[in-house]
Design a protein around this ligand. Structure first.
Ligand code: FDP
Length: 338
């Protein structure tokens, strides 16, 4: 079969009525920016881009030079095309307006420019995550409140993993599809159409060092997985934790599995570890479109009404059966308490 480029795929999606010309352009622009981020991360120590930037982001986390560079690449690429009303990023407290003199479009773009920051300097896969929303009618200078739409309203979501290969995974709500960057010709080529995540799995991803801080239902659930064949689940489970959400999610999208970042006593006050608008929601959309499930442990992630641009939530996502068992344990525990 002839290879299908991202551009050709986008034209087909337009013809199928899944996206309009503006959203197609937006995705092209984001994909092009991600190629540049991939080049910057690929230079490693030779690019002079490793290490701390000496600044902090809105979450109070130290920014790496590549966090800042990736943010700038995405902002610059998206400023002038006329497809956006505004963008918001993990790296900026408030939304970024389109500079004066450029036309504005109907879309809002949210992104985590470089997810998995702690892995940059050690040459482990990192990635970009993005989500696209419609700008509410009549709003010309979108503020944070205009971005606060539940994940079910997303028009598109995607991530790019900068790993041994650079891979883009994308959904418009009509299945989840994967594109691999052909570095010789510089194009993303469709490598998997209509990805399906197996319903059951024997592989889970979690930061086990937080175990003692978890809530009781999480302790129970993971305890049962660790008990293996001799335990109540009657099978052995394997564990993986890359500590780059994009890489862990990409493994799940490729061979199944589940990813958990549950609530724990250390992060209870902030509501979770991962950000809903540009991490949890886009990943939930991608995973659901591939037949998986995504909850906070208590509720479908995409149905949460966000209350802040940088709001955090617990994340349970991947193979349906496991997410459902873990979620049921939390709801049962809540019911027993109430
Ligand atoms: P990071 O802080 O390095 O950017 O986005 C948050 C995130 O990485 C995820 O990519 C990753 O899954 C998780 O945090 C890693 O958390 P731990 O440090 O607890 O392992």
């Amino acid at each position: 079969m002839k290879p299908v480029s991202l551009i050709q795929f986008l034209i087909e999606e337009r013809r199928a009525g899944h996206i309009n010309a503006e959203l197609s352009l937006l995705i092209e622009v984001v994909a092009r920016a991600c190629k540049r981020i991939g080049v910057a991360t690929g230079k490693g120590a030779l690019g002079g881009v490793l290490g701390e930037a000496g600044t902090g982001n809105i979450q109070g986390e130290a920014q790496k030079k590549l966090d800042v560079i990736s943010n700038e690449i995405l902002l610059e690429a998206n400023a002038w095309g006329g497809h956006l009303a505004a963008c918001a990023s993990e790296e900026m407290e408030d939304p970024q307006q389109i500079p004066d003199g450029y036309p504005k479009g109907q879309h809002l773009l949210l992104f985590d420019p470089l997810d998995g920051s702690s892995n940059i300097d050690v040459n482990i896969s990192v990635g970009t995550i993005f989500s696209v929303l419609r700008c509410p009618d009549g709003v010309t200078e979108p503020k944070a409140e205009h971005f606060l739409q539940p994940g079910t309203t997303q028009l598109a979501a995607g991530y790019v993993v900068y790993g041994p290969a650079t891979v883009l995974v994308l959904t418009f709500g009509h299945g989840t599809h994967e594109f691999t960057l052909d570095r010789e010709i510089g194009s993303f080529i469709l490598s998997r159409r209509g990805i399906r995540i197996p319903e059951s799995t024997g592989e889970f991803a979690i930061n086990m060092s937080n175990q003692r801080h978890w809530e009781a239902p999480m302790q129970r659930y993971i305890g049962e997985l660790l008990a293996g064949k001799e335990g109540p689940r009657g099978r052995d489970f394997n564990m993986r934790w890359v500590a780059s959400m994009v890489a862990d999610v990409h493994r799940i999208v490729t061979r199944g599995g589940v990813f958990y970042y549950p609530l724990d006593a250390k992060i209870a006050k902030q509501g979770g570890k991962l950000r809903i608008m540009y991490e949890a929601n886009p990943m939930a959309f991608i995973v659901e479109q591939a037949g998986g499930a995504a909850t906070t442990g208590r509720q479908r992630i995409m149905e949460v009404q966000p209350s802040g641009l940088h709001q955090r939530v617990p994340v349970f996502l991947g193979s349906k059966t496991e997410v459902e068992v873990a979620t049921r344990y939390h709801l049962e525990a809540d019911g027993a308490q109430g």
